[in-house]
Design a protein around this ligand. Structure first.
Ligand SMILES: Nc1ncnc2c1ncn2[C@@H]1O[C@H](COP(=O)(O)OP(=O)(O)O)[C@@H](O)[C@H]1O
Ligand SMILES: N[C@@H](CCOP(=O)(O)O)C(=O)O
Length: 323
């Protein structure tokens, strides 16, 4: 589910009066998503997504997220375009929440992506990295290395209920990552959550990227490692090297990874596996039973983290030698 805040037709009519989007024909809540409340609106001018930003989104970040989508769309990337109000602003308020409308993208996300889709995603990620160049606003990544220990501290006391021995293992991992995390790799605007549910396809081609609400400035190759984690493991937990190769080839076809990025990839993949493990662990331990949100299994990312620890060279992900 992701309709935490419901809206009435009357509230919506008042909200829409600030926009030049024709007359409302219908609206409905969208069940998918985790963070915010989303509605699909049909008006005489077309289809739109209305998002009410919920408590985990800091409203001070909204100009970055909305400005970024506008910048990327302006660079030709297929992503939602925030709809401007009559007064030219993009941010509004509805039912006591910050709210915005963005353009509706056609397509659907793939439940069972294949290697050719991974190639497409790699290329789309690289296009986003290139398109992000020149975006004038900045946002630090609260979920990078300096954010992991505070996040862990919020779950630490109950972590062993998930798996005995976890406290010692995660503390060793944090010590190791904190001591060796790179800072001198190419950086820029990253999506930071480019999971299959945030990439739309029409047929076998990417039709759009959505959900920029974790986007920030960070290492570009960290974003690549997030995609390796999110796209290239099978349901049984095994890494699919064909998918890894396709994703990295796709990325390289648009933006070549530097030698330093290639060397750092296993370390970055450990970090990104830990990042999703930690947020899932927190949600796992704090989401009340019976809540309508689907809890994601933290152990899935613990297994990935353990896998990456064994990797000595990015060639094991399918990364080819540079020509
Ligand atoms: N621009 C868009 N065009 C079409 N559908 C969208 C768009 N943005 C969001 N959606 C729909 O809303 C769902 C939730 O959006 P998402 O941004 O992932 O929410 P959350 O940030 O709450 O996780 C998506 O899975 C998709 O079905
Ligand atoms: N991709 C994250 C959770 C964030 O969900 P989203 O619906 O905002 O993409 C995970 O899988 O842990």
């Amino acid at each position: 589910m992701a309709v935490y805040t419901d809206i009435t037709e009357d509230e919506l009519a008042v909200f829409l009066a600030d926009y030049d989007v024709g007359t409302l024909l219908s609206y409905k809540g969208i069940a998918e998503g985790v963070e915010n409340s989303n509605f699909l609106l049909h008006t005489t001018a077309g289809s739109f997504i209305l998002t009410l930003y919920e408590k985990r989104v800091d409203r001070r970040d909204l100009p970055f997220f909305l400005g970024l989508m506008e910048h990327l769309a302006g660079q030709g990337l297929n992503c939602p375009l925030p709809i401007r109000k009559r007064d030219d602003g993009v941010l509004s308020e509805l039912a006591g929440r910050p709210a915005a409308m963005i353009s509706f993208l056609e397509g659907m996300w793939l439940r069972r992506p294949r290697a050719e889709h991974c190639r497409e995603v790699g290329a789309a990620l690289a296009r986003m990295h290139v398109a992000g160049d020149g975006f004038e606003l900045g946002r630090a990544n609260a979920l990078s290395v300096s954010g992991w220990r505070p996040l862990w501290d919020m779950s630490r006391d109950r972590a062993e209920t998930v798996e005995p021995g976890l406290v010692a293992e995660i503390e060793r991992e944090l010590d190791s990552l904190e001591a060796s995390w790179p800072s001198n790799l190419p950086s820029g605007v990253i999506h930071a959550d480019l999971f299959p549910d945030n990439v739309f396809f029409l047929g076998d081609e990417v039709s759009g990227l959505i959900d920029f609400y974790f986007a920030c400035n960070d290492l570009l190759a960290y974003d690549v490692s997030i995609c390796l984690n999110a796209w290239c493991f099978e349901k049984d937990g095994s890494f699919n090297m064909t998918k890894g190769m396709a994703l990295l080839d796709g990325y390289d076809s648009v933006r070549k990874l530097t030698d330093a990025e290639r060397v750092a990839l296993p370390l970055l993949a450990r970090g990104s596996a830990l990042r999703f493990f930690l947020t899932r662990l927190y949600d796992w331990l704090t989401t009340p039973e019976g809540a309508l949100v689907v809890k994601k299994d933290p152990k899935e990312y613990l297994r990935r983290l353990r896998f990456h620890r064994q990797i000595k060279d990015a060639a094991e992900y399918g990364l080819r030698e540079t020509a």
